[in-house]
Design a binder for this molecule. Structure first.
Ligand code: PTJ
Length: 246
């Protein structure tokens, strides 16, 4: 039993979620390593949502609200840490959710599909019953894409991954957005919008932004997108990492 008075309480709660999900059998074997990497970056960030992250989140919501077929891709870690937050955000911007695993196995996909059903979201894409296409250029199991989801999407949010998929999807003309605590990851560098923040903070934050932006004119959303420079924003994010006492 974790005590709320522990100074690292929130971080320990997240670790416990990862351990529980690992025991439930739907995480990748290396999921804890990926989590540890995220934890380290978050530590250096002061475990707070920064201004550049907030800016990227406004742009994300604007893009998703203007998209015809926005899709949120989820892997084992994202589900373990933030399944309800993903569902809430997807509903707020009218996006679909698709299971896409780097270490894909039918068993893991079934378990995650079941979990979404239990959390009131039976319409999950990328399940073993779904119509799956393959993106040729991607040479690993992330190539699988639901015909009605990532395959035909105009915008894809790919949280918590470091790989070549963002670059390949972006090249195919889709808007690619990531939530990654590591501003130096290949996915962060290759995405059109990179939110350098923890998925557990950014997803609920974006649900709130969506409530506001949904009521605004299309022109304002277009202006938010137009004014944004991801490279500049990533540089600003990087500067906020604390590597000394000052
Ligand atoms: O479920 P699967 O089979 O798709 O596998 C999922 C993992 C995460 C194991 C797989 O995608 C993987 O190995 O990922 P990487 O290459 O370790 O990349 C994970 C990225 O997510 C790293 O850049 C981390 O810094 C970042 N990260 C970790 N935890 C968080 C995070 N970013 C945001 N929020 C977090 N909580």
């Amino acid at each position: 039993m974790l005590s709320k008075s522990h100074p690292r309480y929130e971080s320990l709660v997240l670790r416990e979620k990862i351990v529980k999900a690992s025991k439930a059998g739907y995480l990748a074997d290396s999921a804890m390593i990926a989590h540890g990497r995220g934890e380290a970056f978050d530590y250096l960030l002061g475990e707070k949502t920064t201004l550049p992250a907030k800016r990227a989140m406004y742009v994300t919501v604007a893009i998703m609200l203007l998209s015809k077929n926005p899709v949120i891709s989820v892997n084992g870690n994202t589900v373990a840490l933030a399944i309800d937050e993903v569902i809430e955000f997807a509903k707020s911007v009218n996006a679909k959710i698709e299971i896409n695993l780097f270490y894909r196995s039918d068993e893991r996909v079934d378990k995650i599909t079941e979990l979404f059903k239990n959390h009131g979201y039976p319409e999950i894409l990328g399940s073993n019953d779904d119509e799956i296409e393959y993106i040729n250029e991607i040479k690993n199991p992330r190539a699988s894409a639901s015909k009605n989801g990532i395959y035909t999407a105009d915008t894809v949010l790919v949280p918590l991954e470091d790989g070549d998929r963002a670059e390949i999807l972006a090249r195919s003309g889709k808007n690619i957005i990531t939530i990654d605590l590591n501003p130096l990851s290949r996915t962060s560098r290759m995405s059109d919008v990179s939110i350098v923040d923890n998925v557990v903070r950014s997803l609920p934050f974006m649900t709130k932004i969506a409530e506001d932006l949904k009521l605004q004119d299309k022109k304002l959303l277009l202006d938010i997108i137009e004014e944004y420079d991801n490279e500049e924003n990533l540089k600003e994010s990087l500067k906020l990492f604390k590597i000394d006492e000052e």
